[in-house]
Design a binder for this molecule. Structure first.
Ligand code: C5P
Length: 222
């Protein structure tokens, strides 16, 4: 059995020295990969630019595809997802990217600088579109307001089997922290968990993933 996991941020180049990025550390996605490798599940980790490393990076159960931009992450996911039983999309993918990349470092000139952006591919929705009946797809939603409604909307739009909600309003949850407070939402139910380390959250998420694989996405009472 193998699973595709996306993790970390994406960087969208503006010029040879600058980019648009975000605060994702990759910790949650790497914790998910570690949990899978510990269970001897093969992982394809599509990893954006991060500063952390892990003891599993040399493990034979993991293949790491290093990417930088949303486009590169999209291409890697479209290539590998068809060969996996499923995917958990944990990366914080840029929604917009510059229309053109300047060849030279942009000079400090004038009163303002306007950079025109175009939307990136929605990797989650694209995988949701090509998802086969025997594949599972799960994603994350990091919300600041109307958390549950937004997460449920995302789950439907992207054809996820379940979504992991973390709120920026919860102390110790989200970007860069070692802890997270998650709610797992599937089509039937919501499971709320207390604040835990990202490692422990990863166990809960992979437990849920493996249960759903066994029951082909049907609800499992806890
Ligand atoms: O950014 P957003 O909150 O919409 O992300 C929700 C889910 O969709 C996450 O699982 C994220 O990894 C995924 N996503 C993606 N491609 C994008 C934007 C988001 O795979 N372009």
């Amino acid at each position: 059995m193998s699973i595709l996991i996306t993790a970390g941020p994406t960087y969208e180049r503006i010029d040879p020295v600058r980019f648009i990025g975000n605060y994702s550390s990759g910790k949650m996605g790497i914790a998910l990969a570690e949990e899978c490798v510990n269970r001897e599940i093969d992982v394809i980790l599509v990893l954006g630019p991060v500063n952390i490393t892990s003891h599993i990076f040399n493990n034979p159960h993991i293949k790491i595809i290093n990417v930088e931009s949303a486009k590169q992450m999209y291409d890697a996911c479209m290539q590998f997802y068809p060969h996996c039983e499923g995917a958990i999309l944990c990366a914080a993918v840029a929604d917009f990217t510059p229309i053109s990349v300047a060849d030279h470092k942009i000079k400090r000139e004038g009163d303002e600088l306007i950079i025109r952006l175009k939307p990136t591919n929605d990797i989650a929705a694209s995988l949701g579109n090509i998802k086969k009946e025997n594949q599972l797809l799960a994603g994350f939603a990091l919300e600041t307001d109307d958390e549950e409604t937004n997460a449920k909307g995302k789950m439907q739009r992207k054809n996820f089997d379940f979504i992991v909600l973390n709120s920026l309003n919860d102390e110790g949850a989200g970007f860069r922290h070692d802890t997270n407070k998650i709610t797992i939402i599937d089509k039937y139910k919501e499971y709320e968990y207390p604040l835990k380390t990202k490692k422990e959250c990863a166990k809960d998420i992979i437990d849920k993933y493996c249960e759903m694989l066994k029951t082909s996405g049907k609800p499992v009472d806890k």
